[in-house]
Design a protein around this ligand. Structure first.
Ligand SMILES: Cc1cc2nc3c(=O)[nH]c(=O)nc-3n(C[C@H](O)[C@H](O)[C@H](O)COP(=O)(O)OP(=O)(O)OC[C@H]3O[C@@H](n4cnc5c(N)ncnc54)[C@H](O)[C@@H]3O)c2cc1C
Length: 276
């Protein structure tokens, strides 16, 4: 009787208890290698950080004014004042020394930041907030035309780097080219693309997302929702718009300051080192 020995079509290794037939007559290692060999295409967008306000701030502001009124009531007030008068009351409370800070805590305001993972590392150092951030364990960085990989331009890199790119690699090597007709990017875009290609390569040979993500660059764009009360937003605006703060953080928190100022200048006036 003749025994039939099945072998991997590529490495000729014998399939047995340890080596299973994995895909199309190949063992697992060869199937993964073949998957990786061949052309890899990846779409990349270089973008600016973004900030979106998620809360109806005027309602939060009016809630604070109500609380300011409650504090005023204890000083003999009995009627709810007109809005203009309430703002004066709020202003007085905030300027008191030491400040009557608790009124600023009766509000929850949420912002959605689209920023680098450098920035998210810094944002989550603020302990009096709630955070929800994009997962790199559960979300695949696809890099397809419909779902390009977004990376954040570092502040001091050229504006011309913003735009759309395609990274192609095959046996002959790799190339990064623009798909929006712009100028050649600076070296950092190529370096970031190379890091992303390493991630894609790891995924292609079967590395789990939770391990492959260690190869992702810090400039990868992440969404993070941050919820805090006005007192905490004032504190963060003070720290993160300071001239010593990181440029991306200054950019993000200047937008936060402007958004709050737009609704009520009072809420962001006189922000100083002193917490309230
Ligand atoms: C320009 C700049 C440079 C920085 N550089 C570095 C760096 O090189 N390395 C580094 O590790 N970090 C750095 N940080 C982060 C910094 O150390 C703080 O962790 C971060 O700014 C959060 O500030 P915070 O603690 O005041 O505020 P939050 O965590 O937002 O807390 C708000 C406030 O609540 C109070 N509070 C909160 N928790 C406590 C507590 N446990 N005990 C007492 N009071 C509390 C404090 O009054 C605090 O100011 C930097 C920050 C800035 C703005």
């Amino acid at each position: 009787m003749r025994l039939t020995v099945r072998r991997c079509r590529m490495c000729r290794g014998v399939f047995n208890e340890d080596v299973a037939e994995y895909d199309d007559g190949l063992c697992k290692d060869c199937a993964m290698t073949r998957k990786y060999e061949g052309e890899m295409r990846m779409q990349i967008e270089v973008v600016k950080p973004t900030v979106n306000l998620l809360t109806e701030i005027s309602a939060a502001r009016d809630q604070i004014i109500l609380c300011a009124y409650a504090a005023g009531k204890s000083r003999g007030r009995t009627e709810f004042p007109m809005l203009g008068e309430s703002q004066i009351l709020l202003s007085k409370l905030l300027r008191m020394r030491p400040p009557h800070a608790s009124v600023m805590e009766h509000s929850a305001v949420s912002f959605l930041f689209g920023c680098s993972r450098i920035a998210t590392h810094e944002i989550v150092r603020h302990r009096l907030c709630a955070f929800t951030q994009t997962s790199t364990r559960y979300i695949e960085e696809k890099g397809t035309v419909d779902s390009p990989i977004e990376i954040i331009k570092p502040p001091d890199m050229p504006m011309e780097d913003l735009g759309s790119f395609e990274y192609i690699s095959d046996d002959a090597g790799s190339i990064l080219q623009r798909t929006d007709g712009g100028a050649m990017p600076s070296q950092w875009v190529e370096d970031a693309a190379q890091a992303l290609a390493n991630y894609k390569k790891a995924r292609a040979i079967g590395v789990k997302r939770e391990s492959a993500r260690y190869l992702l660059p810090h400039c990868l764009s992440a969404d993070i929702v941050v919820t805090a009360n006005f007192r905490q937003w004032r504190h963060m605006i003070y720290l993160r718009t300071h001239r010593t703060a990181a440029p991306e953080m200054r950019y993000l928190f200047e937008i936060v300051r402007q958004e709050l100022f737009h609704v009520s200048p009072l809420l962001v006036e006189n922000i100083s080192e002193e917490r309230f």
